[in-house]
Design a protein around this ligand. Structure first.
Ligand code: NAD
Length: 495
């Protein structure tokens, strides 16, 4: 059985805690490897490695950091097919989704390549007579990145690219369900010239996360995952004096106004709800059909469902792969019974699609007449189950979106620019799409939701990522006026 070790000081290191976990191939439903889980002493050793490496890395020139990031970008681009294969084998998403994920990650590396510009401070000459005031951006020290299973390449890159560009050293604790992408990224960074110990990868579970939360030398925690754990990380991390950004779960609404292009909206709903088997924090989970939009929209979505090819991600014809675990697949499927009990109408039941083998597959499902207050509406299902809620007006749709626990992403479909503009102003959600179903911001903006979708003050990556991974220092300096100096500095007034 293949064993996956940690990545410490520039090489793979097998642990000695005696703890480990299974890594599945979700498309066949079998264990394909075991990953070592670190204990407290091993986490401490990893943090010590980061502290050692940080002594020189924090002093490295901006041009050297940029050069390493440029090389990393090139290596990542050249090997993305290899990385996509690892991703598909442990996560299950289809090859095209895996390649798309890696491309979005590469954008974040490209952003971080601009670090010499991004770390520029401010300068006020002559704030008082002979006094200049300026600000510096400095690294925090050792930072921890704790990531979820659903984007095992992109989310680690969201964090590590900016973290190391800013001169920090980083402990990456990826999801134990698909750990290999992180080791692959660390090996590429070494090849790009990153000194050993600047990025260490430690695998494991709550034991590792809890030690990172408590470790006095860890200055900041960057987390992406479920809301329950995000809240836990935020509360305990801040209690321990750390800077924390913790991104949580989502339930993204797509509002379709009666004037929308129904075919365009249906295409968008299908790709945004079922892409990556709905295991995306920006997936559309509920369509809010306003007025007359409902009947034609449900019909148009249903008509597209037969065309979605579900199967192993290794086969290029497939558009949707399996779910991450058997337990998660069964939990997602259970919402179809819940929906019926709650009085919603199951238009398409994905459980009826038959699959050969033991892979964690589930067909696509569509549930109409979902009602507010039901579990189908309130819960983050995180699978290929799309709900449709029917409302009479724009105001009703807006009130729904704004009163939901989650405020990660949302989209409106309409031909009316005025309505779209009103929505973007009035909606209480962090990322808004207008005729765009999954409005993930480009890397030079920042990513983050509102309410239970984000705990902390900084959104992820982009300019807010740079702010998160640095602290500012303001210097007020006075130098004697050369005219009053007793040394001849060659200034005209001294001659
Ligand atoms: P998760 O919360 O179960 O796990 C995330 C990380 O936390 C993993 O590294 C895991 O090992 C660790 N963890 C799990 N339980 C823990 C515990 N009790 N104590 C300490 N650490 C623990 O999330 P997941 O299932 O891997 O990912 C799916 C979730 O992530 C969904 O809710 C999804 O919406 C969310 N997500 C959010 C975003 C976003 O940007 N807002 C992006 C991707 C995923």
């Amino acid at each position: 059985m293949k064993r996956i070790g940690h990545w410490i000081d520039g090489r793979e290191v097998f642990g000695n805690s005696g703890r480990d976990g299974a890594v599945y191939d979700p498309a066949v439903g079998q264990v394909q490897a075991r990953v070592d889980y670190a204990d407290v002493a091993e986490v401490d050793a990893v943090v010590a490695s980061c502290i050692r490496a940080g002594k020189t890395w924090s002093q490295s020139s901006l041009s050297r950091r940029a050069e390493i990031l440029f090389k990393f970008r090139e290596l990542l681009d050249g090997r993305k097919a290899d990385l996509a294969r690892i991703l598909t084998s442990e996560h299950g998403k289809v090859h095209s989704d895996a390649m798309g994920e890696i491309s979005r990650g590469i954008e974040n590396v490209e952003f971080a390549c601009g670090v010499p510009h991004l770390l520029k401070g401010e300068h006020s000459e002559q704030a008082a007579t002979g006094v200049d005031v300026y600000s510096l951006r400095q690294p925090l020290g050792v930072v921890a990145a704790i990531t979820p299973f659903n984007f095992p390449a992109m989310v680690p890159i969201w964090m590590l690219a900016n973290a190391i560009a800013c001169g920090n050293t980083c402990v990456l604790k990826p999801s134990e369900k698909d750990p290999s992408c992180s080791n692959f990224l660390a090996a590429l960074l070494k090849e790009a010239g990153l000194p050993d110990g600047v990025l260490n990868v430690v695998h494991g579970d709550k034991v590792v996360v809890d030690r990172l939360i408590e470790h006095p030398a860890v200055a900041a925690l960057s987390f992406v995952g479920s809301t329950q754990i995000a809240r836990y990380i935020y509360e305990n991390g801040t209690r321990n004096g750390k800077r924390v950004q913790a991104l949580g779960g989502a339930k993204n609404h797509m509002v379709v106004l009666p004037d929308a292009d129904i075919n365009m909206a249906a295409d968008a709903a299908v790709s945004a709800a079922y892409g990556s088997a709905g295991e995306r924090c920006m997936a559309i989970s509920v369509v809010v059909a306003v007025g007359d939009a409902a009947d034609p929209l449900v019909k148009a979505i249903e008509a597209r469902l037969d065309r979605i090819k579900v199967g192993p991600g290794t086969d290029p014809v497939n558009e949707m792969g399996p779910l991450i675990t058997r337990e998660h697949r069964d939990k997602v499927a259970s919402y179809l019974d819940i929906a019926t009990t709650e009085g919603a109408v199951v238009v398409r039941d994905g459980r009826k699609q038959a699959f050969t083998g033991d892979g964690f597959f589930l067909g696509v499902s569509l549930v109409d007449h979902v009602r507010p207050g039901t579990r189908m509406y309130t819960d983050e299902i995180f699978g290929p189950v799309l709900g449709v809620l029917r409302v009479a007006s724009y105001d009703e749709a807006l009130a729904l979106v704004n009163s939901h626990e989650y405020g990660n992403g949302t989209a409106i479909f309409t031909r009316d620019g005025g309505a779209a503009r009103r929505f973007q102003r009035e909606v209480d959600v962090g990322m808004v799409g207008i005729n765009v179903p999954i409005p993930v911001p480009v890397s030079y903006y920042s990513f983050g939701g509102w309410r239970a979708s984000l705990f902390g003050d900084h959104h992820m990556y982009g300019p807010e990522g740079i702010r998160f991974f640095t602290r500012t220092k303001v210097v007020t300096s006075r130098w004697p006026d050369p005219a009053t100096s007793t040394i001849d500095l060659g200034f005209p007034q001294n001659r």
